[in-house]
Design a protein around this ligand. Structure first.
Ligand code: KG4
Ligand code: ZN
Length: 312
């Protein structure tokens, strides 16, 4: 009914990354006006709510505590259930906000700023992780590349924009060999660092003069790393429904590559609408609805969790 997003990107940009303490303070400032606005836009009053949902984890503890305790307060005051939602489960279930919804079973590649995982999705509440990153997340690889290229935070969208102006992915970066359906991006980060150091020594403005082609080369490498695991898992498990989720699924190169892979293999691709790729309230509500229908609710003694790669 409404999906209001308060982004802190501009507040953190001047520091080149997220400052956790600042993030929780801004959450504290924003939460009441944002909830008011969401209710107003939806045209409903607080006493009409049947349950209250919020993110329980994983994420930054300070920010989670603000949201979770605010929701706890509302749940107590209105005497309605509190549904704490797993952030990754919500990214995957964002596919069920609007049509077309994927048929089960499907494989979901979750690529965000904090996570890169492959999920075998059997039903809305049976999402089994079959692979995960051993170090950095794909979004981090984008953001760190952007930083080394002198671009602002969060750099993922900027790398995407520059890459679309590139003519040729002429620089080669290594594709790591990682067992199973797991991923790794730390080698790529180091390779980019050395590559830039070497070339800037030879040509002072190397980065600026080749921005588009460097961004295109890095983006294509990240896409290759995730796609080869996605394809392998789909073939091994015989799954033909493929979904993409998380902030990095807004990347135009990745969206196209998943579509092309699915066309080539005659698989069905589910690419989320842009507004449901990066963090948003609708995906939390959607995931909560599935939990609510199963009678799942949080208790007053429950607490947020900052890390987690458990079966969700
Ligand atoms: O899911 P999300 O909004 O937050 C987390 O849960 O982490 O993902 C944010 C991440 C950031 O790393 C950001 O740079 C990346 O998603 N991102 C992109 C694009 N849009 C957002 N990365 C590459 N290309 C994009 N267009
Ligand atoms: Zn997210």
């Amino acid at each position: 009914m409404s999906n209001i997003v308060s982004s802190q990107a501009a507040d953190h940009a001047k520091y080149g990354g997220v400052i956790p303490e600042l993030a929780s303070r801004l959450h504290q400032q924003n939460i009441v006006p944002i909830v008011d606005l969401a209710l107003e836009k939806a045209g409903i009053q607080m006493n009409m709510l049947t349950a209250i949902a919020c993110t329980r984890g994983p994420g930054l503890m300070g920010a989670l505590l603000v949201g979770y305790n605010f929701a706890k307060g509302l749940s107590l005051a209105l005497d309605i259930p509190l549904i704490g939602v797993d952030h990754i489960q919500a990214h995957i279930l964002a596919h069920f906000i609007e049509e077309p919804k994927p048929d089960f079973p499907f494989l979901c590649l979750v690529v965000s700023g904090g996570h890169t995982s492959l999920y075998h999705c059997v039903s809305p509440l049976e999402l089994n992780v079959i692979g995960t990153t051993l170090d950095d997340a794909a979004g981090e690889a984008f953001d760190k590349t952007a930083k080394m290229m002198g671009l602002d935070y969060p750099g993922g969208p900027l790398v995407d924009q520059w890459a679309s102006k590139g003519t040729r992915a002429k620089y080669a970066f290594p594709i790591p060999s990682v067992p199973g359906y797991n991923f790794s991006f730390s080698g790529l980060k180091t390779a980019i660092l050395y590559f830039l150091q070497e070339n800037v020594l030879k040509e002072k403005d190397f980065r600026e003069n080749n921005m588009a082609d460097i961004c295109l080369s890095v983006q294509n490498t990240i896409i290759k790393i995730v796609l080869q695991k996605l394809e392998k898992a789909a073939l091994d498990l015989g799954i033909t429904n493929i979904a993409l989720a998380g902030g990095v699924s807004a990347n135009s190169g990745l969206r196209l590559a998943v579509q092309e892979l699915c066309e080539k293999r005659n698989w069905k691709a589910y690419i989320p609408d842009f507004q449901y790729c990066t963090d948003n309230a609708a995906m939390i509500a959607c995931a909560a609805a599935y939990n609510f229908r199963q009678g799942r609710a949080d208790r007053l003694i429950d607490a947020p969790y900052s890390r987690g790669n458990q079966k969700i």
